[in-house]
Design a protein around this ligand. Sequence first.
Ligand code: IPM
Ligand code: MN
Length: 387
Amino acid sequence: MSGYTIAVLPGDGIGPEVTAEAERVLQAAGQRFGITFTVSHFPVGAAAVEAAGDPLPEKTRAAVRRANAVLLGAVGAPGLEHAPRHLKPETGLLALRALLGVYANLRPVTVLAPLVDRSPLKPDRLQGVDVLIVRELTGGLYYGEPRGRDASGSRAVNTLVYTVSEIERVARVAFDAARRRRRLVTSVDKANVLEVSQLWRETVTAVGREYPDVRLEHLYVDYAAMRLVSDPAAFDVLLTENMFGDILSDEAAVLVGSLGLLPSASLGAGAGLFEPIHGSAPDIAGKGVANPIGAIASAAMLLRYGLQLPEAADAVDQAIRAVLDAGARTRDIAAPGAPAIGSREMGERIAGVVLDERGRRKAERGTDAHPSVPRSAFRVPRSSDIP
Ligand code: IPM
Ligand code: MN
């Protein structure tokens, strides 16, 4: 029996509701595959500012350093929008990403057949859409110095900076992933205007020479944004820098019908960070109606990329599909006027299928629909546990 330590950082708003369901499903997977998950909770974001006066308190830092993987809900609170930077919930998340060194953020966007009618786009555009966004996560405008407002308050500055090695390492993740998929990398930049983008393009092109079997194309970000909704099936792996990736991944959520469905994995040299791409959604927080699938699918990515447990990950992904096929819908993905279930019921149904014998057989038939990144791309926390 293998065992892992998971740090869960529920965070703010709907974060605790959705991570509770992700944990339920994780434990179901543990039960089925004979794996022990030792889960502890630590505050981050506004919850941590309230509890400890710091959006990433020392206790949380120490816990994530010890964990085999980190599962996060969401951060953000309306009341702290104008707080000083060191007290903003988002500052805690950025510090967490930097602490873990998770430079590659994988955001898979796969349109599922039963949800095609939930997207505002025409169904024929959505056929076969399966994009893996690889977003650089620990550099660019989010971290560049200098930054801030000057004394008068009438001028503000942020710095966009990337080094060759920062670009190379995330580009390799994208090319390695493309090798396991449809062998196309679309690199997105603004090289017609920005020097940083020119360096990005040159560096990605040079890395691409190491992957002669993968086709590389470059798009300007404005055109890429248009193409993502006009011809989304044309993308395989979309590689881009931090800020562009943030924007394009919310846009891509329109393809699947709800932001609440999308997971992410943030990977680097050590323990990975796994979180849904949605925010804290304060308007629906505490009501039990949030869609937990983004968080549950993030737990599947945790199993797949964080702990190298592909069978358990497949079982969770398969269970998500099975309940959606069977018609289960939270409010955000229900047809107008159709019945919707709450977060907890959705979590229970998915956990039920993970444990269920028929679900097991379905899962054993396997699915190739999930994007894959070669294991060799990352050092994993406990190599002795790699199957
Ligand atoms: C995301 C979020 C974060 C980001 C915020 C909460 C800082 O929007 O993960 O996409 O911009 O990276
Ligand atoms: Mn975002």
